[in-house]
Write a protein that binds this ligand. Structure first.
Ligand code: CU
Length: 160
């Protein structure tokens, strides 16, 4: 692990501790990840698993990340053999339920990427819920074409 990444992670953890996630907010965020982008690609997709551990239905109303101009939940649907996508709108999650953004399914579209996403980087993400408020997480950057966030470099030190 590089010193640079360790420092970045420490800063992010401080942000998470000092962030705006409410103590009573019942949203658990797992497995946030995205994919490395090639060249000057301006779009990407973010994947994350959200579990409502609270007692009321909550809605994901906004997603923000400093690496892109816009982050918006999309749904993907096959239409006459063509994969089409469109904005999903606010995502409702009932108590005890889990919602997963995953490849070839619902995803969080990143548009206006400010720089290429590099393998092994950690991307700050803020998920804002109607009740739970803003919840901070970090997305790991997996390799291009990865189908899960576990598809990570075997030697993290080699990634820069
Ligand atoms: Cu999309």
């Amino acid at each position: 692990m590089t010193g640079r990444r360790t420092l970045g992670l420490a800063v992010l953890m401080l942000l998470a501790v000092g962030g705006t996630a409410h103590a009573d907010g019942g949203m658990r965020i797992d497995q946030a990840w995205t994919r490395a982008t090639a060249g000057n690609a301006r779009t990407g997709a973010l994947y994350v698993t959200i579990t409502n551990t609270g007692t009321v239905t909550d809605r994901l109303i906004a997603v923000n990340t400093p690496v892109a101009d816009k982050a918006e939940p999309h749904e993907s649907k096959m239409n006459n053999g063509v994969m089409e996508m469109r904005p999903l709108g606010p995502v409702s999650i009932a108590p005890g339920k889990t919602f997963t953004f995953a490849p070839n399914a619902d995803h969080i579209m990143l548009t206006g990427l400010k720089a290429p996403l590099k393998l092994g980087d950690q991307v700050p993400v803020t998920l804002t819920f109607e009740h739970a408020g803003a919840v901070q997480t970090t997305a790991s950057v997996a390799k291009a074409g990865a189908m899960s966030g576990d598809d990570m470099p075997s030697m993290p030190g080699m990634s820069h």
